[in-house]
Design a protein around this ligand. Sequence first.
Ligand SMILES: [Zn+2]
Length: 256
Amino acid sequence: MHLNQTKLMSATQKELLGYKPNTAILPWGATEAHGQHLPYGADAIETTAFAEHSADLASQDGAKVIVLPTIPFGNNAQQLDQVAAIHFNSITTLSILEDVTDSLIRQDIDRLIILNAHGGNEFKPFVRDLMIDRDILIIVINFWQLIPEMQAKIFEESLDHADEMETSLLLYLCPDRVRMNDAGTGKRIPFQIEGLSQPGVWTPRPWTASHPDLGSGNPQKATREKGEQYFHAVCEAIKNIILNISTAKKGDLPYI
Ligand SMILES: [Zn+2]
């Protein structure tokens, strides 16, 4: 089922005047190599599909939600040695969020869900700053963190990039863009400096040196069926969040 009024790129002014959305979803991806076998647009494809399907489900249950156009670029500072990977620096990201929120607030849309599909994207400091003097509730969803137990049941070897989970998702969403013959093993070379891989310590991976085939996690056991099962389970979780936010009343914490 496809609803026009839940997607800004399909809706007309007349449809939106009748629908009166109060919640927006901003899908946010990245454009970067995904192993040797998935398209650069993988994250954008995933977040768009999650947002559009979840919004349709939530709208059927009474949510007033609109999906904005997907931001296709993310933070890829550690992938700039690839071919045509595009990096958005943090100031660009903040500027986009300022412009989007300032526009939405004028149109009585005072709830924004950033639906993130790229591990290198960080939004927390921006959300804190934006909410100081803007009357808008901003929620960040990292889709891959939503249903960890179900994820562990469906997939055998998931890590975090072009892996079994992400490959299964794309085998379900756009099988014609997956080249399984080119898939590697997604092996990660561990850091050689001791102490940098323990909880509480972080530094970014120099991607090409850390991941020789540019994937992180073995995609070999990916299947379309796993992708379908996971996709719908994640959409169900996102739908519930959308519904709760869109039907919240002023005063319901943290919507104050
Ligand atoms: Zn990805």
